[in-house]
Design a protein around this ligand. Structure first.
Ligand SMILES: O=C(O)CCC(=O)C(=O)O
Length: 288
């Protein structure tokens, strides 16, 4: 990561690195996606758009139940090569610190002409210290960074990844029109990303989402969700349930309040059962 990249990353919260994959590598990765394309699911129309008009479109498309690292060889190879690619390691060592790890993914995000966008999210709102961005001693740190490998071009204005540059440092609540893109005040950018480019973004710290896909060709993006060594982003996995994180016999018979502190770490708990409060009379209760 050179000084120019460092400046852009710190300023905006994202970075596009060009031409990481050559033509042959792109062909191989696209052939691997073709191999398992019948596993692409399409969700309900407008599911992730909330009350937005701008983001509306047909259902989002992704591969469910298939991890691209685990498809039959040789098709898994392109994705295994992406995992600890030098272009990734050299930058993540600085962005989220040495010892970073893959938290979840890779996630294949697909789109065809008319596919809906995704409401903008992140920006540390509400503040999540475990994936937030901060500076200390002349360096920076972001505990949640996603690296997107682009297997087809996303022309500027054509849809796909969109973000609010600088939002990882914002001190104020995001206006609704920015979040749903109906009145984005010019704050939202959908950068051009060409096939073979990789995108780094501060997933969690920066406001981001997707714009509807307007191109005749498919969107083909593979998202690797990395975290700092001690951060944990994925909240939907069984491993954070008390019975898995500990052993079943250790948590068996615990009260809901005792069990609340036995969940494994995650920045996105998919349950209210982890929150506690103390009543005025000193009783500890689940806070939901
Ligand atoms: O598809 C994308 O590029 C962005 C997806 C997204 O918003 C996310 O992974 O949180």
């Amino acid at each position: 990561m050179d000084a120019k990249e460092r400046y852009f990353w710190d300023l905006t919260g994202y970075l596009v690195v060009k031409n990481v994959l050559d033509t042959e590598e792109l062909e191989t990765a696209n052939a691997a996606i073709d191999y398992c394309a019948d596993r692409i699911n399409q969700g309900e129309d407008n599911k992730g758009v909330g009350d937005s008009t701008f983001l509306r479109g047909t259902g989002s498309r992704w591969m469910h139940g298939t991890n691209l690292l685990n498809i039959v060889p040789p098709y898994c190879q392109p994705f295994r090569q992406m995992l600890a690619h030098p272009a990734v390691v050299s930058r993540l060592n600085l962005m989220c610190g040495k010892g970073f790890r893959l938290d979840h993914g890779p996630q294949f995000n697909n789109a065809v002409k008319g596919t809906a966008g995704l409401t903008l999210h992140g920006s540390g709102d509400p503040h999540k210290p475990y994936v937030a961005y901060h500076h200390q001693n002349g360096g920076f740190h972001c505990a949640g960074v996603t690296v997107t490998w682009n297997l087809s071009v996303a022309p500027a204005g054509g849809g796909g990844f969109a973000c609010v540059p600088g939002s990882h440092k914002s001190k104020f609540t995001m206006p609704k029109g920015v979040r749903n893109c109906d009145d984005d005040m010019g704050a939202v950018v959908q950068p051009e990303i060409r096939a073979g480019d990789i995108l780094f973004f501060m997933d969690g710290a920066q406001t981001h989402g997707t714009h509807p896909w307007r191109n005749d060709h498919q969107r083909r993006s593979v998202l690797f969700k990395y975290a700092s060594r001690t951060a944990n982003r994925g909240g939907s996995r069984p491993y954070y349930e008390p019975e898995t994180y500990w052993d079943e016999e250790i948590v068996s018979g615990m009260t809901p309040e005792e069990r609340a502190v036995m969940f494994g770490p995650t920045s996105a708990p998919k349950t209210q059962e982890v929150y506690l409060a103390v009543e005025p009379d000193g009783t500890v209760r689940l806070d939901n």
